[in-house]
Design a protein around this ligand. Structure first.
Ligand code: B12
Ligand code: SF4
Length: 523
């Protein structure tokens, strides 16, 4: 007789990515998995290491003194070393429990993870259904080979990876039930950058996902939904969730925790229209790209109209990455944007009174003094202090392969254990020394610091402790080109042909009209 669902003891573990961090973020991915299990009738225990900042000794004692049939956890791949320790430690104390690990820490390196840890099952990609089906397969004593989207170790030690699971229908996934988490404490420590006239103390924010994945494939980037089509939620379902969040938690800020909230301005306008129509009052922040307006080929007036409408709907800040001011590096990044689009986008959003946030990546193999200067020149021109980071080769990215092929990563397990964050130079693939890179950065960041009167010191140029860009100290001149948002000569600009975009899997369900690439075809 198979065990009943409620006879089984499940433990979900929320890891702490940044011990001592001044902000805490509700884990949307884990929250979504928990919700799915709850809806399917499972009870569980949540060990939230993040909000309580339990140390390793506490965690080990907890595992030692409690019994679980399943232990499920996951994190970003940069937390590999800790997750490896946790999995091996758990197996030592509870050899009979099944340990299931998801998110990029295991899903972007399934074989390596299983070979180097005592974990039992890796959930690759989107986790809700695969994790649930894996637990169900064990409960019902079914063959794990029947579960899509996992890798697992067989009795003989060999590893089986099953078929990739078809991407879930994003509007059908349940709204996250945050009740297992101490939401109030998370809200106290949430992102502290409010809108210009608000103070951090009045912020009550919660994350909401509006899209999964991204429509692009940059060579340094990896997200869990890499092998899935880019999917947007319908404005209706987003607004319904926000309505619930306002009612339940009295929130006034929403963070759209997306890789890419809007692939085009048309999509942004659609959501803004619906928010305005709903009459809901909340502030929000979204992730876009520097080509948000240019990809839609909007005129100056239309771009500004959309930006102003976003502001009217509550958008107070947008993030879009310049990454580099050098064309060759942008090309190797596979970024598919023009440098000029950056200034134009900053100009448009600033005119609409929206705070711009950007980030840059130094350390592509071509990087030199000149290219670093080119990047800072763009920031100086736009009067925008970027989040400064270095190329951090992540598994399942083109730059990870580059690092391996060129001998920068020889022992993957060791490299993964040594990884920190993009604010540190983990691997230097340039011809410059670390010191030379840092010296150039100090020059560019120093100029920006002075121009924007930020009061940073050389020690805080990179780890600024808080985002600096809201202090707009520079009035921008109207971009010289006639059309502020075009990417250049319309007739020569490469068209985006949906058929030409290479998608690895699940192409069939990819709906371009959803991402509003349709405008490309209409022109
Ligand atoms: C919020 C966020 C953070 C928060 C973390 C919050 C948290 N607790 O997750 C903070 C600010 C701390 C953060 C930091 C970093 N982040 Co971040 N972050 C995000 C962001 C914007 C949203 C995450 C999210 O909620 N996603 C939505 C949910 C639905 O997706 P998900 O978390 O991947 O969950 C799914 C699967 O992974 C899986 N899953 C997740 N958990 C579990 C658990 C189990 C048991 C199972 C079975 C499955 C499973 O199922 C989920 C549902 O399908 C993403 C972009 C994005 N949209 O994903 C980037 C992202 C995750 N971050 C990224 C990066 C690079 C970083 C940093 C390394 C950047 C840096 N500074 O160097 C740091 C790492 C910090 C560290 N010390 O390790 C990358 C991930 C790269 C990678 N290969 O892992 C992303 C994808 C952004 C990008 N496109 O580059 N980040
Ligand atoms: S546009 Fe952003 S999220 Fe999309 S692949 Fe590039 S870096 Fe990643």
């Amino acid at each position: 007789m198979p065990a009943e669902k409620n006879d089984l003891k499940l433990l979900f573990v929320n890891v702490c990515l940044r011990p001592g961090g001044y902000t805490k973020f509700l884990p949307v991915g884990l929250g979504s998995i928990l919700t799915y299990f709850k809806i399917k009738g499972y009870d569980f225990t949540l060990l939230d290491i993040d909000i309580d900042e339990y140390d390793d000794e506490y965690v080990e004692n907890y595992i030692k003194n409690n019994h679980f049939d399943f232990i499920l956890t996951g994190s970003i791949v940069t937390h590999y070393k800790w997750v490896k320790w946790f999995v091996n430690m758990s197996k030592r104390h509870q050899p009979n429990s099944s340990i299931i690990v998801g998110n990029s820490v295991a899903g972007s390196i399934p074989e390596l993870f299983l070979n180097n840890t005592k974990g039992d099952i890796v959930v690759t990609g989107e986790g809700e259904i695969s994790a649930y089906e894996a637990v169900e397969a064990i409960r019902l004593k079914k063959d794990l080979k029947t579960v899509e989207g996992i890798s697992f170790r067989n009795d003989d030690g060999s590893i089986t990876t099953t078929e990739h699971r078809k991407a879930a229908k994003i509007n059908e996934l349940p709204e996250i039930d945050w009740s297992p988490f101490d939401v109030e404490r998370y809200m106290e420590k949430a992102e502290t950058m409010p809108d210009k006239d608000d103070s951090p103390e009045t912020m009550r924010s919660i994350p909401v996902v509006t899209a999964r994945g991204c429509a692009f494939k940059c060579s340094f980037c990896h997200y869990v939904f890499w092998d899935d089509p880019y999917r947007n939620r319908s404005p209706e379902s987003i607004i319904t969730e926000i309505k619930h969040m306002i009612k339940r938690y009295n929130v006034n800020y929403i963070h759209f925790w997306d890789d890419l909230s809007f692939a085009s301005a048309i999509q942004a306008e659609k959501l803004a229209d619906k928010i305005i129509e709903s009459g809901l009052k909340f502030k929000w922040v979204a992730s876009v790209r520097v080509d948000l307006f240019s990809r839609a080929r909007l005129s100056d007036e239309d771009a500004l109209r959309v930006a102003k409408k976003m502001r009217q709907a509550g958008c107070y800040s947008v993030g879009f990455a310049l990454e580099s001011g050098n064309k060759e590096i942008l090309k190797m990044m596979n970024k598919d944007v023009e440098v000029d689009a950056f200034y134009k986008t900053v100009y448009t959003f600033r005119k609409a009174d929206i705070i711009c946030q950007t980030s840059v990546v130094f350390g592509y193999p071509q990087e030199n003094k000149e290219t670093i200067k080119e990047t800072f020149d763009q920031c100086l021109k736009a009067g925008l202090y970027p989040s400064i980071g270095f190329l951090l080769p992540l598994p399942y990215t083109a730059m990870y392969d580059y690092a391996k092929v060129n001998g920068f990563i020889t022992d993957e397990d060791r490299y993964l254990e040594s990884m920190t964050e993009r604010q540190d130079i983990c691997v230097n693939m340039t011809k410059m020394s670390d010191e030379e890179i840092m010296d150039e950065i100090k020059i560019g960041a120093g100029k920006l610091n002075e121009m924007l009167e930020l009061g940073l010191t050389e020690d805080t140029y990179i780890k600024t402790k808080k985002y600096q860009s809201q202090k707009v100290k520079k009035t921008l001149e109207v971009p010289q080109e006639q059309n502020i948002t075009s990417m250049g000569n319309k007739s020569t600009r490469q068209r985006l042909d949906p058929k030409e975009i290479k998608r690895i899997r699940n192409d069939v369900s990819f709906n371009y009209s959803q991402t509003d690439f349709k405008f490309e075809e209409n022109e």
